[in-house]
Design a protein around this ligand. Sequence first.
Ligand code: CA
Length: 281
Amino acid sequence: MKDIMYGRSTPFAVVLAAAIVVLAPGCQADRREDLLILRDGNMRQGRLDSCSVQACVIGGSPVPRPFIVFIGLNGVQPPAPQAQDPAHGEIVLADGSVHRNRLSRIDATDVIAVEALYPRNRVSWIYLPPHDDRVPPDDPGTTEKRDPPRGGGGTSARAQPPWFGPSSQCETVATTATSWGVAYAYDAKGKSVGSLPEGKVTCGLNFEICGDYFFKQKVIETGRETCPESLHFSSVPPTYVCCAEWNNAKQSRNPCDPLLDADCDGVPNDVDDRPLDPNRT
Ligand SMILES: [Ca+2]
């Protein structure tokens, strides 16, 4: 799961970037530090804690994503490589390969992009294109999600199970999802069971709800197929779940068993293209 076999690989071109490097007086660059090169030419250096869709946090200070043009990881030193296609995001690995991919987020161990997951310790540079902030993560489910019907209000929308939606009586926890493509085979639980033959890749989707994990997959032939949209993390958009209700239903299986059908729409999780939306399957 930590290996990368998915994504475009192209020659690595390096030119001098026009960044004006500003270091704090007396600050000797730590070779293991991370850095952010900003669009105004300034640089921030330190340990990158994380990046979300909105901001990257370096040395405990958030920097809004729109201000950032390059993220350097694992002690790389400026100048940054020139983007091969400035209109698109790129991820440059330590082996020099360049992958056109749009950054989603960075955590302690992984760089999560739209089409792949990269082990953080193998990533050197991440290029964020202009207007990166205007392109929200593919999240069609969020905008189309409907409010739960109340009292037969004339809508044909299916009733949402009691664990979805805001609640003043229950602490809710957001679901998380990760998708990737690697040349490994997985069992039904998402455990890696060996390598795939040359030219095949597993598209994997993992999502977590209240401490329970779900895994979906499809093996594709590279060059002939791409990973289906239903296995992209955006098919499981962050959804707030009341874990008390979730856990109750795991026991009572009322109105359904959420471990088998998280949105109670009658379509089992492993074949539901929208497993957290009872109105889409
Ligand atoms: Ca379902």
